[in-house]
Design a protein around this ligand. Structure first.
Ligand code: AMP
Ligand code: MN
Ligand code: MN
Ligand code: MN
Length: 283
């Protein structure tokens, strides 16, 4: 059985390794097939693809789109996408400029709290690429405002804190249609992290399926054993493909599970059937 990891980040969004470093680390960690799924952009894909070829690692081009669903922010992963699909690229441009505007607002919020220069400080970490809360977190840790990333989110960057701005992201319909139009498979990312009971999660899933969504992450770096059991049942009941991904950002954080994920339960239909069976049918 191949070791798949279908959710990871590079410096093209808020990961700490550049795409080549990420690919080499994945290879060394025993991953056979990696998807790069940076937030709201595909700028790391080309470099990752080349490096994967060089080290003989199977590579899946992907993305993780930020979506506003009612008052909630959720994430939709797109796997095996054609990264030249224009509507997807146009969508990522919109999200990128929204992120810059939000960054200015976050910076203003922090300034009111007495913290100056947060936007340019965060941009030092994002290096002109997609800017996200992780870059603000890096700036705040560096400035000594908090001891680590986890506490900085808690103190500054979540709801009701000075550096939090409620996101206005893509609609679920647009996100799924960009991914499908790009020939990819849309997957609900880390469902265990949303504050949803089964009824709400199933409402999301039914809208998602109606729009063309096909999969859900059963194994995620942030899922507990209880989350895994719950999502296995839900994937079966809703006839969704099951995906597996570490959501790797940084080799230093304790919940880094790159190459060390629990395998997908046997009861699941793996998401790679969506593209691997397509290859078989061509033969
Ligand atoms: P953004 O899309 O810019 O709002 O940032 C979301 C990202 O911030 C996630 O993908 C994680 O990388 C990171 N993040 C969110 N909440 C936390 C947290 N509590 N601790 C550490 N990282 C977090
Ligand atoms: Mn992230
Ligand atoms: Mn996410
Ligand atoms: Mn992610």
């Amino acid at each position: 059985m191949k070791n798949y990891d279908l959710h990871s980040h590079s410096t093209a969004s808020d990961g700490s390794l550049n795409p080549s470093e990420l690919i080499r680390l994945a290879k060394n960690a025993g991953v056979d097939c990696l998807a790069l799924t940076d937030h709201d952009g595909i700028d790391g894909i080309e470099e990752a693809k080349q490096q994967a070829q060089a080290v003989n690692l199977e590579f899946i081009p992907g993305i993780e789109l930020s979506v506003s669903w009612g008052k909630f922010t959720i994430h939709i992963v797109g796997l095996n996408i054609n990264t030249s699909y224009i509507p997807l690229l146009a969508g990522t441009e919109q999200l990128k400029s929204y992120r810059l505007w939000r960054g200015e607002q976050i910076s203003k919020g922090l300034e009111k709290f007495g913290i100056k220069g947060a936007l340019s400080g965060a941009q030092k970490f994002s290096k002109g690429k997609m800017i996200g809360r992780m870059h603000f977190a890096n700036f705040l840790v560096e400035g000594g405002y908090c001891k680590d990333i986890r506490s900085v989110f808690k103190k500054f960057l979540i709801k009701n804190k000075p550096g939090y701005i409620h996101g206005q992201w893509a609609t679920l319909e647009n996100a799924v249609s960009w991914i499908m139009g790009a020939g990819g498979v849309a997957v609900i990312a880390h469902p265990g992290r949303y504050p949803f009971k089964n009824k709400k999660l199933k409402l999301l899933i039914s809208e998602f399926i109606e729009m063309g969504g096909k999969g859900i992450e059963v194994i995620s770096g942030s899922h507990s054993l209880a989350d895994i059991r719950r999502m296995t049942t839900i994937a079966q009941e809703c006839e969704l493909y099951a995906s597996i991904g570490s959501d790797f950002h940084n080799p230093d954080i304790s919940w880094n599970k790159l190459g060390k994920l629990t395998p997908l339960p046997d009861l699941c239909t793996p998401v790679w059937n969506a593209w691997e069976s397509r290859e078989v049918s061509i033969i």
